[in-house]
Write a protein that binds this ligand. Structure first.
Ligand code: SAH
Length: 469
């Protein structure tokens, strides 16, 4: 077959045949695999190649010749420019179908798993306003959309919104975001208007100057609202003015906090948090449990769907009240807390010490006395001595970050030989890689993909593994 010539930039009538893990459409021209931005399987498109590598190319659509049956009108005005919600141009049914496929393809291809028994993906009940946390960035360098440029009108250079993909210094001004419930949009927009009217400077991400830096909003199903304003070089008067404005205009805010951050990076984990009004935490509830969430605490961002996920985990663990359970990568101990009543004892292990502190508080406020937590890197904590000291687990629940488990941790799991293992993952490829290693002693019994993030390419997956006889 002939290859696409190196100088050929435009291709016509390319059929989009699949979706790739990062969410781009996949087309083929002769032998060349082409990843096409915003293309949906079933589309026929004329494309422009924007990057060409040895084995593949990247392209964007020049002309949509025939739209796929899976296409729909994106509902957000920022779609296509904003880095979030990249799949809004696909029907929700199609999104679910492709997420299922991404998970099963990875398990099959990289994990050599028989996926014929996999359950259908569990869709999210809430398809909009499902996030409980958003972080916006103030910038004096607003990203101008094509529309802005065409309008030829003078533009307000300050923006409060989200980063443009691959541009650290440019911020897309957000007017409406469909990810977080009220009063998130109102707070962001009114704070922006107020600060611009009062001439308070927005941060310059290149030169590190300016008063206002970030705005973090956390909401909860209990109705509580936490707002954290991150200042850079603001005067005391400016801080007072802004915080008083928020307090007065938004009585719904139950936790109003601020931070003064002079560092080069945005992380708040090493920063002092100042309480301006209300409490310095909010509560989230799940079943009959309460979780205390501080400004630095991790909590699953789609609360309702996290509950569905945890129920699957609990069901797969099949606890009767007599088991010793290890909850690895426990974060703030949410899963450990959730399954504790059905277990004899749960041991949670997690990297971040402050998360472990949160986990202990959550045990206390829920009167749970059969959980113990340890902080440290998994590969250092989970030693034969640890297992010797705390007992061999009947069930291991593991929920690692996107990178999956360190090979040493997988080796340790093979030595421990727990009867059951429930593996929760947000990255099917690394989960499949780890399962391939575990297959020496374990077999896959159940597979349940879960959609926590509608309109994005992200997908969660729960796998039940049992020890082979
Ligand atoms: N199970 C929790 C959170 C899972 S997120 C929940 O459902 O809420 C993954 C967690 O793994 C994070 O809290 C992260 O801090 C932790 N982590 C990442 N690398 C780690 C490592 N090497 N050792 C221990 N914990 C780690």
């Amino acid at each position: 077959m002939k290859r696409v010539p190196a100088d050929k930039k435009f291709l016509e009538q390319v059929e989009v045949i699949d979706i790739a893990e990062e969410g781009k459409g996949v087309g083929k021209a002769d032998e060349l695999v082409i990843f096409i931005e915003k293309a949906v399987p079933g589309d026929v498109v004329d494309i422009e190649i924007i990057r060409k590598k040895k084995n593949f190319a990247e392209a964007k659509i020049k002309n949509l010749v025939k739209p796929s049956e899976f296409r729909t009108q994106a509902f957000c005005p920022h779609f296509g420019v904003c880095g979030g919600c990249k799949w809004q141009h696909m029907t929700y049914e199609a999104q679910l179908r492709f997420k299922q496929k991404i998970v099963l393809d990875a398990l099959q291809r990289l994990g050599k798993v028989d996926v014929s028994q996999a359950s259908s993906i569990l869709g999210s009940f809430e398809k909009r306003y499902y996030r409980n946390k958003l972080e916006f960035t103030f910038s004096s360098k607003r990203w101008l959309t094509d529309e802005d440029i065409r309008s030829n009108e003078p533009m307000e250079p300050n923006a409060l919104g989200f980063h443009i993909p691959l541009r650290f210094d440019k911020i897309l001004n957000i007017e409406t975001c469909y990810l977080q419930t009220d009063p998130s949009n109102e707070i962001r927009n009114q704070l922006r208007d107020f600060t611009i009217q009062n001439g308070i400077s927005f941060y310059d991400l290149r030169n590190h100057e300016g008063a206002l830096r970030n705005l973090i909003i956390r909401t909860s199903t209990t109705g509580e609202v936490m707002v954290i304003v991150v200042f850079a070089y603001a005067s005391e008067d400016e801080i007072k003015l802004i915080m008083a404005f928020l307090k007065e205009r938004f009585p719904q805010i139950t936790s109003l906090l601020y931070i003064i951050n002079h560092k080069k990076n945005d992380t708040i984990f090493d920063q002092e948090i100042i309480t301006y009004a209300g409490r310095n935490f909010i509560y989230e509830e799940m079943e009959d449990l309460r979780f205390k969430i501080g400004p630095k605490s991790f909590y699953q961002t789609n609360s309702l769907q996290a509950y569905e996920l945890y129920k699957i985990v609990r069901d797969y663990a099949g606890l009767t009240g007599t088991e010793l359970v290890y909850d690895l990568y426990t974060g703030t101990g949410t899963i450990a807390t959730f399954v504790a009543k059905k277990a004899k004892h749960v041991i949670g292990v997690e990297y971040i010490p402050s998360a472990i502190e949160d986990a202990k508080v959550n045990a206390e406020i829920n009167n749970i006395t059969n959980t113990t937590y340890y902080a440290g890197d998994m590969k250092d904590v989970l030693t034969p001595e640890f297992v010797e000291a705390h007992g061999k687990p009947d069930v291991i629940i593991t929920d690692p970050p996107r990178a999956g488990m360190h090979p040493d941790v997988v080796k340790r799991l093979l030595e421990i030989e727990a009867q059951k293992m429930v593996y929760v993952s947000c990255n099917a490829a690394t989960q499949a890689r780890d399962i391939a290693m575990l297959s020496e002693k374990y077999e896959v019994k159940k597979i349940q993909p879960v959609d926590m993030f509608p309109h994005t390419q992200h997908v969660e997956n729960v796998v039940l593994l049992t020890l082979k006889n």
